[in-house]
Design a binder for this molecule. Structure first.
Ligand code: LMR
Length: 399
């Protein structure tokens, strides 16, 4: 029956984990997928999450279906975390928000909604962007085009080119923006640049589509990381926001996130909600319950929330410490090139500038795995493997 089915390529990010798992070397390091690891290189269950698990276990909750748009307390608390509890659309009952299967699910539902209800069918994504954005847009029925973002010459943001591209898009275009900790580059606009972007997007009547998968991971401060989202909303943009709890709560496999849309009125919100339900119901009926209960338990308790925030800071700080150590080690080894970007880039990733052939060499000769665009997940580095990693990179660059 399937004789004509062609083998597809492995996933550019998750395929790396498969290669890593198949490698039997004790030296192996996985810097592919963006998943936090502790200082021993182990997955990290946040202690606040472990406490919430105990609370939920003691409550002996049922396993009934959630409503199509998810757990109401979760939706409310998650939205407050992103937009701020005093945000006008929340206060005025005009934020349509629904629980999703993490950030990817949020992107898919959000893009399907736009494909059906927004007049323009092209989404503009930064160059480069997270590999899955284009694929999700395509499946959802949107075309994607790129706008300038990263400048390899400075290993930083090409703000002027970005602004110019946004100005030159047809009026009313959908512009996808990474809210913080840009994936894969780790390069974000500054506060001043975000303010300018808000003006350009408004002048051209574009639609701002935010992807916020790393709130807390950029600076260790969830409010600071939400600046762009909150500023756009304060400036009157009716944004769409995709939110993930995979990274900041370490709930990767629980698949918990939200998609939300700022609407003009409670009545408009009700209509948008009804259409979100029409998209979700035939996709997966309603979302899973456990992750939403965990998030809701943490965000509803001032003590647990405070504990969680300190744990986010701890994860962010460990990554910053690794950036410093990696930079120092590469310089100490007289590695050709300028490595300052390792320290200045933000969030979970560093865009090293390593070429695809060097990436392949690292996998074959050193058992070190990263994506072929040269991105490394900083969280995969720790005090036990950083020297070996720096030495291997240095060797690969020296050729
Ligand atoms: C990543 O970019 O590594 C993460 O967002 C995980 C994923 O699903 O790709």
């Amino acid at each position: 029956v399937w004789a004509s089915v062609k083998a597809g390529p492995p996933d550019a990010i998750l395929g790396i984990t498969e290669n890593f798992k198949a490698d039997t070397s004790p030296k192996k390091i996985n810097l592919g997928v963006g998943a936090y690891r502790d200082e021993n290189g182990k997955p990290f269950v946040l202690p606040s999450v472990a406490k919430a698990e105990e609370i939920l276990f003691a409550q002996k909750g049922d396993k009934e279906y959630l409503p199509i748009t998810g757990l109401a307390s979760f939706d409310q608390l998650a939205a407050e975390l992103a937009y701020g509890a005093e945000s006008a659309p929340i206060k005025e009952g005009r934020l349509a928000v629904t629980q999703t299967l993490s950030g990817t699910g949020a992107l898919r539902i959000g893009m399907e909604f736009l494909a059906e209800h927004y007049p323009n069918k092209t989404i503009y994504i930064p160059n480069p962007t997270w590999g899955n954005h284009t694929a999700i847009a395509k499946r959802a029925g949107l075309q994607s085009e790129k706008y300038s973002y990263f400048d390899p010459a400075t290993v930083g943001l090409n703000f002027e080119a970005m602004k110019k591209d946004i100005e030159n898009m047809p009026e009313g275009s959908i512009v996808l923006l990474h809210a913080c900790a840009h994936n894969p580059t780790g390069v974000d606009p500054t506060v001043e640049q975000w303010k300018e972007l808000s003006k350009v997007v408004k002048a051209k009547k574009h639609f701002a589509f935010f992807d916020m998968a790393y709130q807390g991971f950029a600076s260790g401060d969830i409010n600071r990381d939400a600046f762009a989202v909150r500023h756009f909303v304060e400036e009157g943009h009716q944004i769409l926001l995709c939110q993930s709890f995979a990274k900041n709560l370490g709930l990767y496999g629980e698949r918990v996130g939200t998609v939300s849309l700022v609407t003009a009125s409670p009545e408009e919100k009700a209509r948008v909600d009804s259409q979100l339900k029409i998209i979700i119901r035939p996709s997966y009926s309603n979302p899973p319950i456990h992750g939403a209960r965990l998030v809701s338990t943490i965000l509803a308790s001032p003590e647990l929330k405070a504990q969680w925030l300190s744990e986010v800071k701890l994860m962010a700080d460990r990554i910053i410490d690794m950036r410093e150590k990696l930079y120092n080690k590469l310089v100490e080894l007289n590695t050709p090139g300028e490595w300052g970007h390792i320290k200045s880039q933000i969030g979970m990733f560093s865009f090293t500038g390593l070429k695809p052939e060097q990436v392949d060499e690292l996998a074959q000769k050193a058992h070190i795995y990263l994506t072929r665009d040269g991105r490394i997940s900083m969280a995969g580095l720790n005090n036990s493997n950083i020297e070996y990693f720096a030495e291997s990179v240095s060797k690969a660059v020296k050729g």
